[in-house]
Design a protein around this ligand. Structure first.
Ligand code: GRF
Length: 217
């Protein structure tokens, strides 16, 4: 059973999606520990309800970012965590953290990276006038929202969409691709070749998302 640690900062709906997928037996993993940098994160209440061990590590209690991060790493390692899942963790990880769990940290980002990195990715997509956006699960490296892509889901951006409606549609896919990725890790199917990820045996669907081109009948 793959031992995972989940880092959160807020609502925790992606954490909930993993909990639910484990509960129904779709994902064979155990959440050993949830860590939050925010004591008020609703995600922690979810842990309480599901009997999941959690802890709060606040940046303000540490002199340096490195001390803060190494405290988190220490807790994850003490719990035997093998895969670290960033599920709405609102901090950029430094080199020491990343090298402690090299290629074993994944993040969910609400855009098709490398488009719309950073905060408010859904608003960026709407404001830019993109016709498609989506979400990405990627391996965390020293870049910000630009590590090797494991899986992406595409969501059309319709003329009537605003940040909220697009966020809802993307979130629906986040809740699918993040638990799926955990399961792929659990099965040992995620292989990294340079910056390219291959998920062994994964099937790729086609989406009927292209526009109708009137001049071609
Ligand atoms: C999600 O949109 C995720 O893609 C982004 O932060 C949000 C977290 O939502 N990284 P939740 O806390 O999982 O509900």
């Amino acid at each position: 059973m793959l031992k995972i640690g989940v880092l959160v900062s807020g609502r925790g709906s992606n954490l909930q999606a993993i909990i639910d997928a484990i509960d129904r037996g779709a994902v064979k993993a155990k959440i050993e520990l949830v860590l939050s940098d925010n004591p008020d994160a609703y995600a922690l209440q979810r842990c309480g309800k599901h009997g999941i061990k959690y802890d709060v590590v606040e940046r303000k209690n540490f002199k340096s970012r490195s001390d803060f991060e190494m405290s988190i790493v220490g807790k994850l390692m003490d719990s035997g965590v093998e895969l670290v899942v960033l599920a709405g963790f609102m901090r950029i990880l430094g080199r020491d953290f990343i090298s402690s769990y090299r290629d074993r940290i994944i993040n969910i980002h609400p855009s098709l990276i490398p488009s719309f990195q950073g905060l408010h990715a859904q608003r960026q997509a709407v404001d830019f006038g993109a016709k498609f956006s989506g979400c990405t699960v990627h391996i965390v490296d020293e870049s910000v929202d630009a590590g090797p892509v494991i899986v992406q889901a595409v969501v059309p951006v319709l003329p009537e969409d605003d940040e909220d409606t697009l966020s809802d549609k993307i979130l629906n896919w986040e809740h699918k691709i993040l638990p799926q990725t955990v399961q792929w890790f659990s099965e040992g199917r995620v292989k990294l070749n340079g910056r390219k990820v291959v998920v062994e045996g994964a099937k790729y669907g086609t989406l009927p998302v292209n526009p109708e081109l009137e001049i071609f009948g």
